[in-house]
Design a protein around this ligand. Sequence first.
Ligand code: ATP
Length: 689
Amino acid sequence: MEDVSQDRHQRAGEMAVVIRDAVKIYDGSNVVLRRLNMSVPKGKIYGLLGPSGCGKTTLLSSIVGRSELDSGDIMVKAFKREDIGYMPQDLNLHEHLSIIQTYKFYGRMLNMSTQKILERAKELSALLELPSNNRLVETLSGGQQRRVSLGVALLHNPNILILDEPTVGLDPVLSHSIWEHLISFAKEGKTIIITTHYIEEARQAHTIGMMRGGVLLAEESPEMLMARCNTTSLEEAFLSLSYKQETSSNTQVDDAFKKKSNRSNTKLKLDDGFFRMNRMRCLLYKNVTLLWQQKTFLAFLFLLPLVQTYFFNLAIGHDPKGLYIAVVNKELQQRRPGECKPEYYKGCFLDNPQDVIMSCAYVEQMKHKSMNILNFDDVDTALSAVKRNDAWGILYFPNNYTSSMAIRFVNASRTSDLSVELSTVQAWIDLSDQYIGNMVKANVIFGMQEYLGESLKKCNVSSKIGTTPIKFNTPLYGSVDTTFIHYASAAILCLCCYYLPVLLTAGLILTEKKEGMMERMMVSGIKFSEVLVSTVIMQMIIHTLQTAISMYVMYVHFDNPYLGDHLPTVTILLLIGMEGMIFGFLIGAVCKDFIFATYLGTGSNIMMSFTCGLIWPLEGAHYLLRITGPLFPLTAPVRALLAVTAKGWSFDSTPVYTGLLSIFGWSGIMILAIFITSRLNKDLWILRK
Ligand SMILES: Nc1ncnc2c1ncn2[C@@H]1O[C@H](COP(=O)(O)OP(=O)(O)OP(=O)(O)O)[C@@H](O)[C@H]1O
């Protein structure tokens, strides 16, 4: 028994890759690897053959550490990342990088010097018959792109090469030359595992592994295999083994595989560290190069905040002007039929009510409030105009309006009910549009106070007698002529600063994940923490510029209130951007497609605008929302920014530091959620095509 185990250990020493009892299950029920065993000798070419869907790619992914087995053992003679070269089945390259930029990205990640990368790029260009190394990957043909992908795997001259269908779609002469190179690599002591659909091509391998239904049917040299199956081609040998597998009774049902074994080396573990500066620098190099390469997108990134803030200021917050109101003036019809004229309300209405038509003074005041007047003979025709949407309301002046008004002021408490009735203007307002309706209502009320004040002045009586007995002093904060935009500017800036980074980060992460670049980078040793930090750094630069543009438009060009210091304002906006990036990262991590990501991004945007006070103050919301609303990600930050810009407060005020605490709290929660998701989902960065 001891001899057997010693022999096993000796043999394992000669092996570059050993896999024992590998089980891989996708989506909880799709058993892809079924206790598979595999031994790849050192310094040999191992040809892995099998029909589509039998689990070859899954097996290779597990060997390179891209995905984790559900149970089983993986032993790979690799001590550091540089020992492994991997060419995935799909392209998994950044199409906007040039060939040399791609090599620099992957080469530097694996600690190669620039000089060495340039040398290798030249050699690979000749070996793989590639065009100029300055060509962008997107401008290459499909076959050339695959050869660049192979070039990336060969770049650092690794000891173990794992190639998933490297020769597919290649010219037979080039294919032959690549196989010759693989043979010479093997002679140098390198181990190569290669999958191919061209079975006969695999004759050049030293060992053939024939895979079907998640297990290896055979694992020996091509000659031995053909001899054992009594065939002259590998294809026939495979057919014969497949028949045998079909006829042999397999008692193992899928559920049997779901029981975890006690083996624990389910994933290739290399000492990559949690965070390395050189890998983070490579990611930054790649991000900046990619962005620089896409000039239109770059321009769009800075035009978007400019256009958004500009349009917001042009469109929102200004009082509606040129609204129409219908006037039925019985007093004018009775006394001087026709239009109102300024000479009708020159004198004092208390002294000579028969010479003054006060209704005309009121109508004139409404015109000063940018309201347009439509005159009608009676209320019915005025009502038809309102029904046609020609006017927002009706003002009705009774006969004897001016004389009744004079009696009302002279007699005061002794005024009869009839005089009160006849000195009252009747108003009907269309409140179907609440904002416009209230505007018209306010114009009617303030128009009355203002015209009465003017008229009383003409009689040498205090104008205050005509107004409500309350005096509004200088506002404590804000100005008398404050508009909605003064209040909304803070909310809209916060929303822009949050959502632009959300969209950009989620888009970048999801593109890299969907195109498989993320998987390839992770196989090259990149850690998720490095992706997070490098993304935040690059996005922070973009976000700073975007914030500067938005602030310039909002506070300099359109002169919205800005009483506070730059430091708290900029700090709040930059941190909101950082929170947005982290949320974008979370969306990129958990979403499997762009549609879901778009729903999540825009859906949460709408939710935030409901709860941040932009549309309606939270004080007017349902009581549950009044309690929980301040906890929403943008509510406290918006209040913080408003406190700084509209009141001039700073870090020591409660709203400002509460806003900052909210940002840090939410960022922490989201980072935690990303880490937990990546722990729970072993294949977080792998997407099924
Ligand atoms: N990320 C994934 N999530 C869920 N199922 C997956 C995933 N990747 C692969 N599969 C499933 O696992 C099975 C094996 O797929 P795999 O890609 O390993 O096969 P293959 O032998 O490499 O096929 P091909 O030769 O066509 O590339 C398939 O049924 C596939 O649908």
